[in-house]
Ligand binder design. Structure first.
Ligand code: SF4
Length: 167
């Protein structure tokens, strides 16, 4: 088996969960010797086409473009992991689900007609199958390293039950 490939994706989010991965520094360096990071725009503009062994997705689905993107990510990934409250539950932006999005849009933007958005912010699992979820805002770095280490070694992650779903 060749070196496994990892891709990190962002939908609607604040980048805080991706920063948790970047903050791992030493562990991330160790990780890069065992995995080929093919797409991680927060760390490098270099990007390579899939398929990927593991895709990590931060952020919720708030636009039609997000929805199409997450379908493509799923189709190109052997394992899909969602990280953080945005990706696993819709995040703070899901407050819109209880309100009138058009009203929000007209209050916030000077030219609301140029802003295209869905009426709801939804978790990735509402749209595609998800293999693992890490909860938190932001996620816990040890849980993330545990998960990545296990997946790259081909074993089951040892995580609290509430952090692992859809197996
Ligand atoms: Fe940011 Fe929290 Fe969303 Fe992570 S879950 S991207 S820290 S808002």
């Amino acid at each position: 088996m060749g070196t496994p490939t990892l891709a990190v994706w962002k939908l609607a989010s604040c980048d805080g969960c991706q920063l948790t991965l970047l903050d791992c520094e030493d562990e991330l360096l160790a990780l890069t010797s065992r995995v080929h990071i093919a797409h991680f725009l927060e760390a490098s503009s270099a990007t390579e086409p899939g398929p990927y062994d593991v895709s990590i997705v931060e952020g919720s689905v708030t636009t039609e473009a997000d929805r199409r993107r997450v379908l493509r990510i799923r189709a190109g990934s052997r394992l899909l992991v969602t990280i953080g409250a945005c990706a696993t539950a819709g995040g703070i932006q899901a407050l819109r689900n209880l309100a009138d999005v058009d009203e929000f849009r007209s209050v916030v933007y000077a030219r609301p007609e140029f802003v295209s958005t869905l009426d709801t912010s939804t978790p990735v699992s509402d749209h595609v199958a998800v293999d693992y979820e890490l909860h938190g805002c932001p996620i816990d770095r040890d849980q993330l390293l545990n998960l990545l280490g296990a997946l790259l070694a081909g074993r089951r992650p040892d995580l609290p039950a509430h952090s692992v779903c859809f197996e």
